[in-house]
Design a protein around this ligand. Structure first.
Ligand SMILES: NC(=O)CC[C@H](N)C(=O)O
Length: 361
């Protein structure tokens, strides 16, 4: 069935619908990964977004039910140049079309994804609508206007406090839409984890007397989470804290820093990041639209990582307290596992070995 994507600036791309055929409205963002579509679809940080894959052939190794980053696809829509109709892989359990149908996610194929990506790079991230209907301009405008993603974290956070047993350190995990591979990464390091909803209070978290606190990735604008920022402020200084992506941004806001929206974000598997502390460059997995601002840097913080494409902040460390965070994704999935050392660094911090960059240099 014919379908089109209409962007906020009026650009129209005509293609074919696949997956669950309905109407979808969301923020259109592009991901440059050549593989990893299954992890991208199920990453809760994409909640409310329609993802365009820049790699031209998607779906060729199908879907397995193991490599998911959450229980179901979280994207609002999925846009590809060409959808592989005959997947081939020994782990393949179903095809992309069937997977999206089941999850009620609309797909659009057969459009010029290079042209679309260029528009998003030049004009910045925009809202868009995928539809099979011939909608009037005012209706499109109304639908795009009505779309917002303010309660995204509430939609993807856990509803209940729950525990994952382990024999090692006990970590309180604040779940803003946590990726499964973060949980797997801590499991590998024998951690016991108590997972808290985003609305948990500082008192509830401290009551379990964890060895450390983890602030997860998640969708939307960090500044919208005013209650969570207040909670984190109360946790600072009480326990070691580490944050990834949204968790890093929330930590910066809680320490008196600021965040801003990037023009078109970083989403892909090959973003070069320099660790200033060891002077090494790592290839990282990324998925974010916001960033910690260089101006009004958080109080008592040293910048530890920098993005080599645009020099934005990729990591920070508290000068005194055992607190650090990264903007990129050390858990990968999808993407290279070069930065798994970030999890080891947290484990060292939990053992009481916190070194500030200044003391190392
Ligand atoms: N992966 C994430 O945690 C994303 C954080 C935030 N929602 C952003 O887009 O910047």
């Amino acid at each position: 069935m014919k379908a089109k994507l209409i962007l906020e600036n009026g650009t129209v791309f005509e293609g074919k619908a696949f997956g669950y055929i309905k109407e979808a409205v969301g923020e259109v963002v592009f991901n440059t990964g050549m593989t990893g579509y299954q992890e991208i679809l199920t990453d809760p940080s994409y909640f409310g977004q329609m993802v365009v894959m820049t790699y031209p052939l998607i779906g060729n190794y199908g879907i397995n039910l193991e490599d998911v980053e959450s229980s179901s696809p979280k994207v609002k829509g999925f846009i590809v140049r060409e959808r592989a109709t005959v997947p081939s892989n020994w782990r393949c359990e179903m095809d992309l079309d069937g997977y999206l149908k089941e999850a009620k996610v609309m797909g659009l194929e057969g459009i010029d994804t290079r042209a679309l990506t260029k528009i998003l790079r030049n004009y910045g991230t925009m809202k868009g609508i995928i539809t099979t209907e011939d909608l009037k301009e005012e209706i499109i405008h109304e639908k795009l206007e009505a779309f917002h993603n303010d309660d995204a974290v509430q939609q993807v956070t856990t509803q209940q406090i729950h525990t994952i047993e382990g024999t090692g350190k006990h970590i309180a995990m604040m779940d803003f839409g946590i990726k499964e591979n973060i949980i797997r990464s801590f499991k590998k390091r024998n951690c016991k984890m108590t997972i808290f909803p985003a609305t948990a209070t500082a008192e509830e978290i401290l009551k379990i007397n964890p060895d450390g606190i983890f602030l997860s990735n998640g969708p939307g604008d960090p500044k919208a989470l005013t209650g969570t920022i207040e909670t984190i402020k109360k946790l600072i200084g009480k326990k070691p804290i580490v944050g990834i992506c949204l968790g890093h941004q929330l930590l910066a806001l809680s320490l008196g820093g600021d965040t801003e929206k990037l023009k078109f974000g970083h989403r892909g598997c090959n973003h070069p990041v320099k660790d200033i502390m060891n002077n090494k460059v790592y290839i990282t997995s990324q998925n974010h639209g916001y960033v910690v601002k260089k101006e009004n840097q958080p109080k008592d913080i040293l910048i530890t990582h920098i993005n080599l494409n645009d020099n934005t902040i990729e990591g920070m460390q508290h000068k005194v307290l055992p607190i650090f965070s990264v903007q990129f994704h050390p858990e990968a999935s999808p993407g290279p596992q070069d930065t798994a050392y970030i999890f080891d660094k947290f484990m060292e911090v939990l053992e009481g070995e916190y070194k500030c960059q200044e003391t190392i240099a």
